[in-house]
Design a protein around this ligand. Structure first.
Ligand code: ADP
Ligand code: MG
Length: 615
């Protein structure tokens, strides 16, 4: 048999390697920023177009490269940062593999201009798919500018796989944050599609954090400092009352690199125990310094997980350090009119007094009488009815204007169309329900027993309601007498802008989406004023995750998110009328059997099943 093994040509090998290093535009941003930092730049500009798909450019004022180095930098395993294996254990730079530029050049159009201090003219290189197409001398400032255009131009499958510009931009912002937060002495400028997103002057850690996340952040930070033989910890935690549902303000850096460590994250959460609700995340910006030889850096280029030699000790030190800081700085209550008063009560107490959900049920309602006025909508189980002058209903006009007859018709249509009981002749609802363990609603039907999961069922009901509202724009808005000012980070604002129109359709009304604060002037009828901030936080966190995970339409993700966050929870007591209303609404749904997350909403235990148990 003839020999069949061949060595792959370089450009093919580079393309394969590129798949590992470059997953999306944000990966390029990370590599270029890190190279600029390694080159000792004090000023770095990041310029991005179309979520990085059209252009990613990093301009630095660092050391620059000689003509030969400039050419060499695009070769695989070409690096100025280590020269032998021993160097790996004492790494002072971010890069060391010499892979990034070679990989990027294999899958994009790269334009580099660079000049070192000692020379008069610099080098201009243009590379397309690993091939040098232009090399010339050029007059250019000291430092390096690398522009990466048309990412994945030669790998259409990868290009098609990229998410929307907004989503890619968010990933880029994440990478930018990770780098900017750990290098406060470097000045950063970030432009997206021609407009400035960040302008971060040279400063200290605390200021840098508030420049990135908004000036309000500064008052929320509690310093953390500890030095032991194993680790030196510095940085900040956010006061417990500012804990959020969204992950995103949790940062660990080890020896100036952003790292992810679920284990250490857990130790921070443990330190906050009892101070925040279990579904909220404490914010933190923690800078760890360890002996370089005690941390495994020889990790995958795109991975941020690390392995510490002595993880258990780190865990314990971190936890007690944070507890100490919390104790020292958090004894005095904060007077802050913007913060959610709910969080003042320790949550254990808050949940003890159960508030009975109130239902707006018009007991005199009679579907056969055409003079009824119906204002309630599905999904108002928890909502106390609108209190006279306090609430001005925006969008209600439309409903009132339709004549009474047709609005009653719509209502009865709703019941008839999908009702479980009237659907088949054999099932007949007896109209009695009871709640089991504040989790299930049990009802009898002719063939046996119906057990409904209250949370999932309500999620289904709300999901369908919101989905219709988002698409036909009919959500009823409850105007706030006093608009609520909420502050968001720039990143959260991009998410908010993305979903603003849909949120408006379900009843949210916003004013001024610029700057750091957003004025909320109206909310959906079902939402009580108290929870607006929390719910918006959650919506954005969940939406962000949901939308990236799969490709279903924005409306569906948003409807599911809203439903999830506003549905009656397990543990909530429901009175008879609410139970009955929920049962009816559920079986008025198009798909009553499954919750939006595809879990069963109810089961039927047949008479046969019951009989079997007795036999
Ligand atoms: P690594 O960073 O792992 O060394 P890269 O492919 O990212 O590998 O870069 C290769 C080499 O190119 C670097 O080692 C460095 O010498 C040089 N280089 C890259 N970017 C810059 C820059 N912005 N300024 C100066 N030199 C750079
Ligand atoms: Mg590098």
């Amino acid at each position: 048999m003839a020999d069949i093994i061949k060595l792959l040509p370089d450009h093919v090998a580079n393309q394969i390697a590129a798949g590992e290093v470059v997953q999306r535009p944000a990966s390029v941003v990370k590599e270029l920023l890190e190279n600029a930092i390694d080159a000792e730049a004090t000023l770095i500009k990041l310029i991005v177009k179309d979520g990085g798909k059209a252009l990613i450019q990093v301009v630095d004022n660092g050391l620059g490269m000689s003509e030969t180095d400039a050419r060499l930098s695009f070769e695989r395993h070409a690096t100025s940062k280590i020269s032998n294996a021993q160097d790996l254990f004492n790494l002072q730079t971010k890069g060391f593999r010499g892979e990034a530029l070679a990989s990027i050049a294999a899958i994009a159009h790269v334009d580099m201009q660079t000049r070192t201090d000692g020379t008069e003219v610099g080098t201009h290189l243009k590379i397309e798919g690993s091939k040098i197409v232009i090399q010339e001398v050029i007059a250019t400032p000291k430092g390096t500018s690398i522009a990466v255009k048309n990412l994945f131009f030669n790998i259409p499958a990868r290009r098609n796989f990229l998410k929307s510009n907004q989503v890619e931009l968010r990933h880029i912002m994440d990478e930018f944050h990770r780098v900017a937060l750990v290098h406060p002495t470097i000045e950063f400028h970030f432009y997206n599609n021609g407009s400035e997103v960040f302008n971060l002057p040279k400063t200290n850690y605390r200021q840098r954090i508030s420049h990135v996340f908004g000036t309000k952040m500064s008052d929320r930070l509690v310093p953390v400092n500890e030095e032991t033989e194993v680790v030196k910890i510095s940085g900040f935690i956010c006061k417990p009352e500012f804990a959020k549902k969204s992950r995103g303000e949790q940062f660990f850096f080890a020896n100036d690199r952003f790292i992810k460590s679920p284990y250490l994250h857990h130790s921070v959460v443990a330190a906050f125990e009892g101070l925040i609700k279990s579904d909220l995340y404490p914010g933190y910006f923690l800078y760890l310094e360890v002996n370089p030889s005690s941390i495994d850096i020889n990790i995958h280029p795109t991975k941020t997980e690390v392995k510490f030699d002595d993880e258990n000790t780190m865990y314990a030190i971190l936890r007690s350090t944070i507890k100490h800081s919390l104790g020292q700085f958090n004894v005095a209550p904060v007077l802050d009119f913007d913060h959610d008063p709910n969080l003042d009560t320790p949550y254990e107490y808050k949940e003890k007094g159960v508030i009975l959900p109130k239902v707006t049920v018009d007991t005199s309602f009679n579907p056969f009488q055409s003079t009824q006025e119906k204002t309630g909508s599905t999904g108002t189980y928890k909502k106390t009815s609108a209190k006279g002058w306090e609430n001005l209903y925006e969008g209600l006009d439309a409903e009132i204007k339709t004549d009474n007859f047709s609005s009653v018709q719509i209502e009865s249509d709703n019941i008839a169309q999908g009702t479980f009981y009237s659907d088949s002749d054999t099932e007949e609802h007896t109209g009695t329900t009871f709640q089991l363990r504040r989790k299930y609603i049990v009802s009898t039907i002719k063939s046996g027993m119906l057990v409904i999961n209250q949370n999932r069922a309500h999620e289904r009901v709300l999901f369908e309601k919101f989905l219709t509202e988002i698409t036909v724009k009919e959500g009823i808005s409850q105007q706030l007498l006093f608009p609520l000012e909420l502050s968001f980070t720039k990143q959260e604002l991009t998410v908010l802008k993305e979903v603003k129109d849909s949120l408006a359709n379900v009843g949210f009304a916003f004013e001024s989406l610029e700057g750091e604060t957003v004025k909320v002037t109206g909310v959906p009828l079902i939402l009580s004023e108290r929870g607006i901030g929390t719910v918006l936080d959650r919506i954005m966190a969940d939406y962000k995750e949901g939308f990236e995970g799969n490709s279903i339409s924005q409306a569906e993700v948003l409807a599911a998110t809203l439903a999830k966050n506003l549905a009656v929870k397990t543990g909530e007591l429901l009175d008879k009328e609410s139970q009955l209303a929920l049962v009816n609404d559920l079986f008025g749904c198009k798909e009553p059997t499954l919750s939006p997350s595809q879990k069963l909403t109810y089961i039927i235990i047949s008479e046969g099943d019951i009989e079997k148990k007795f036999s």
